[in-house]
Design a protein around this ligand. Sequence first.
Ligand SMILES: [Zn+2]
Length: 315
Amino acid sequence: MKKHDCKLYLILFIGYFFYQCQVTSHQFNTLPVESSSVQIPQPSKQHPMVDFQVIKAADWEVPLAGLLNLEDPQSKLANLKDKPEPISIYFYLIKHPKLGSYLIDSGIGESFTKGKEELLVSSIVASQMNFDKLKIFETTKNFLEKNKIDLKGIFFTHLHLDHVMGAYEVNRNVPFYVGQNEVSDKQFINLFVQSSTNRLLGENANLIELNFGNKGQGLSIIDFFGDQSLFIISVPGHTAGSLAFLIPSKDGGHLILGDTCHTRFGWLQNVIPGSFTSNPNLNRKSLDGLKSLVSSYKPKYIYPGHQERIVSDIK
Ligand SMILES: [Zn+2]
């Protein structure tokens, strides 16, 4: 090993232990919520249903080794190797009949359509994010304006950059709900992304961590509106505060996995993400929890974080 290599490793080693920081340095508030780990009831006629829409904001390409654990026996059986994998960036609209419109994740802001000069991310982040392959179909501001949506809140599956790229375009009074410990958790990698995440969330972001409490075994679930129209599920692992969502519907319900499972292969073969996940063991537990939820609730549509939905045939 060369002398300057040793120095670099020493700096990284020290950095790893001493320079861990939060994903954003913005202030946040904590909202204690009543969670339970009981089975989600099937929808009944007296409960309201929300309108639900999926919006594909962009197509993109990232390394498969980040999206999928290539060491998993199922990945090996399929002879999967690292390569650029086509993915999409989605966000979701929920329209409650009485309580208004909410998004899950924030899509992409206009500045990303304007080339490198106007990017809100730092140059080191931009160099790693493969923006040349980003093909944008819809910006968040345009979507909200053309549909005359008066937004009441955004729920974030988590705060990785590809999920917060439209947040800065939203009114500052709109609450940004995130999972437990999503902001307070500290990671070394955040040293490089914190300033970009800060800019993408925008100044004075109204950040609220949902505090599920410590329920022990099983998934922690909240009935967010209190009328069984939207269930938010704590699925730590990909990030500390990752969230999944179950939205009952007349045709059997929608389960949004977030990046607890990015890909169709990952869901169908039960393989967790690769290097993009911060805690693989916890991610495994959460994916197992979602699998068991699906076997009892049987939602019709399952949405991996970055690929097309799967129509479930579980009867
Ligand atoms: Zn993602």
